[in-house]
Design a protein around this ligand. Sequence first.
Ligand code: FRU
Length: 440
Amino acid sequence: SLYKESNRPQFHFSTRRGWINDPNGMVYYDGEYHLFYQHNPYERNWENMHWGHAVSKDMLHWKELPDALYPDKIGTMFSGTAVVDYQNTSGFRTGKEDVIVAAYTADSPDTEVQCIAYSNDRGRTFSKYEGNPVIDTKAKWGTRNLRDPKLFWHGESGKWVMVLFEKTGMSFYNSGNLKDWEFQSHTLGFWECPEFFELPVDGNPEDTKWVLYGASGTYMLGSFDGKRFTPETDKLRYFRGKMYAAQTFNNIPQKDGRRIQIGWGQIEQHGMPFNGMMMFPTEFSLRTTRDGVRLYSEPIAGIKKLHNKSYRWENLSPADANAKLKEVGGDVFRIKMKVKLLDGTEFRFKYNGNPLVHYDMNWNNLNGAFYGGDQIDNFTFYYEILVDRTSVEVFADNGKFSLISQLEGAKNKNGFEFEENWGSIRIEELEVHELKSIWE
Ligand code: FRU
């Protein structure tokens, strides 16, 4: 049956057929989370960009709907975002439902322009605005790298804001009606797929910062007056690896207040009728660290609903842990561990011969990325690991840094194994959860 193929991710979204890349138009409206995405419905490679569409009530279980935006005379449907226009500032509303407005890039061999489309039926069908494109800036910038509008409502100034990737950075535009846009400012140093939002620092609503990031996950923190972003940091990173073009949900109710991201997993699905996937939804927070305020990203708490069978052990040697881990079954997992390096420099945690975690103290590396860990006072390391057949996500130090990688086929059938190379470790805590499929 559907979604049962051998390389089909079991708790991450993937499309039934074809290629997917960036998430698009992520918006919450009246009990539903909408995930649109770059979709080639015809082939397993990038081409013919449409907006695919899926909905969910919990960000775990998804239902794929017909594609929402098809290529037209202006171009193919590149990335963008969507908002609920609660005040009908656009005048697009026709019925009882609030109108959802999407902004996207139309890409043609000649240029890239920004367009809008609207839906009066809960995102099921969209009409393109007859005045498209709403932004055409090829002459101004002298480039065709003009894409990926991020829309949101800025309450303080009572205006819509669009953040748009143009040339070598992110431009900020304002509008009162989502149709007429005025350029305000430009921040250099980011490529594709802008994301921009405000978050409290350490949960304190009186102390907030704005986060600006591009497709590769480099970010800056700063302030925003509705027109201009003023950076307060250099470029930082919160992840590395095979994730790209992440965005966050617009219009999650304020009393909830969560800022939740989904990123495109550049994961090759060998031999499958589909290709690529979405990485697991993560919740963002800003926390004060010894280096200053940093962006953290952790799997949404709802993941607990997928726990099927759980194991928990404490204070184990690697040999003990490896023996216990033989009890674990299934092929999709959530794992949490606290490991102490007692002597030497390195250790690995493997799954069927493939390293999920490789810590190297000498080179201050986690899985080859320059991230040594937060726990330098006592050499204790915290990892949360999500394993879903073709992909692995490692969240270090409660989400301070994450790594997304392709999981290649099994090299052996040993299951999970700790390996001490040039080091010795104690596994202070180990939690393994076999997960349920979201497709059941
Ligand atoms: C990022 C990206 C976007 C573009 C889209 C096209 O992966 O290149 O900039 O809108 O993909 O599919």
